[in-house]
Design a protein around this ligand. Sequence first.
Ligand code: ADP
Length: 488
Amino acid sequence: MLKPQIKLLMIEDNPGDARLIREMLTDASSVQFQLKIADRLSQGLDFLAAEAFDALLLDLSLPDSQGLETIVKVHTASKHIPIVVLTGYDDETVGIAAVQEGAQDYLVKGQVDTHLIVRALRYAIERKRTESELDMQRAQMYAILDSMGEGVIYHNGFQAEFTNRALTFMTGFNGDEFQGYLDLIYAGNGDTLKALEARIEHGVSTEGVWQGEVRLRRQDGSEFDAALTCTPVLAADREMTGLVTILRDISQEKALEAQKARFVANASHEMRTPLTNLRTTLYLLRRQPDRATEHIATLEYITERLRNLVDDLLDVTRFERGAIPIEPRVIRLQDPIEEVNRIQKAEAERKDITLTTELCSSSLYANVDPKRLLQVITNLVINAINYTPNGGYVAINLERDGQGVAVITVQDSGIGIPIDVLPQVFQPFFRVSEGTVKGTGLGLTISKEIVELHGGTLTVESEVGRGSAFKVRLGLVEVPAENAVSVY
Ligand code: ADP
């Protein structure tokens, strides 16, 4: 049977010791050694760089390196080589220190024989292989933990021993800043941290897992709600060796929940008012048949409002399913703006608001769903009128920018939107305040979605007390005018 081969490098400056060990290795019956010898560290490191070895026999006292430093230098040059250190007679403590420094084993010169040296080398190779596998598994585990979206703390007795990258991202604190458990980030919600830890301990020991919500504080002082899941890590004998806590930032979910609750309340309110009016008007119609025309007009107005509300609700649910139908055709962009201007003129006049248009003199064409674009511009103009006090102005502007894009701007001199909530105005159900203007907070969400479905963008700039400017950007198409349809 073929003997297993071990390619061995020995770094040993004493020729006598080197010869002795070579002879011992030649005597080995179970393994065949392929030995290369270097008489100083620099030469050994050159050999290591040039070819692969299965193991290294290393004398620590060399002409160009002494003591444990020799191991450090070898490790720096080659992390993966198993090392067996050769120490002098009375140097056993150095041998132990060498193992602590990363060597796999040590042999005391003058106390070795073939059997011992072969065993030491084979174990060293095996141990290093296991260590490398463990290192790889550990690296894989860290990579998994670091790529998780949730924060993770591994802790023992409520002392953090490991935290992942997501936790740093979530809280702004580096892993090494987490000394205790949640001490650094706990903002409390009625409970002291001690009481929370007691609840966790009790939950984990009785249920096997603890789940709950806590309020946490980031490094910048801002606070957020987090869901915690604490699970024990059990040793083979089922003894608990630590706890893993997974933290999920649930502030957005909570905000969405609150928005939805507000939406349901708003929508019900919006529905109830016209329904009450409907009943009153029907009652009046029955009592005052002579004023039928007037009452029927009111009924028509109310049903129109209800229909709009239901349309908005339907649009929102369709967005959630990603199923809003778009029927694009090439249209002249001046047309829907003129149409909105015509329809909204009366409402603007009623509020003593000057509604003007400034449209690019040459026709601009885009491939859009005419009904949907009309809906977007109408929505922006109605908002501009609604959120502008009497006597102000609303201007609709159409121009072409340098890159074949049409820009429709709806500018008002109204109340403006505070900068800190500006990005939120496009979120479903968001309203800056429940002031006098009735609304559902859905219009801008729907408008932005429609514009984006056309490959465009809807953005806003605003200043409180000075007004807002909403900009729709849409790609232009260059077409002969006769291909464009007139749909308004
Ligand atoms: P709604 O008008 O039904 O409330 P929108 O989605 O159209 O819903 O608008 C969301 C919120 O954005 C409004 O409630 C209002 O607070 C703010 N907003 C929208 N347009 C303007 C504007 N032109 N000026 C000031 N605030 C505005």
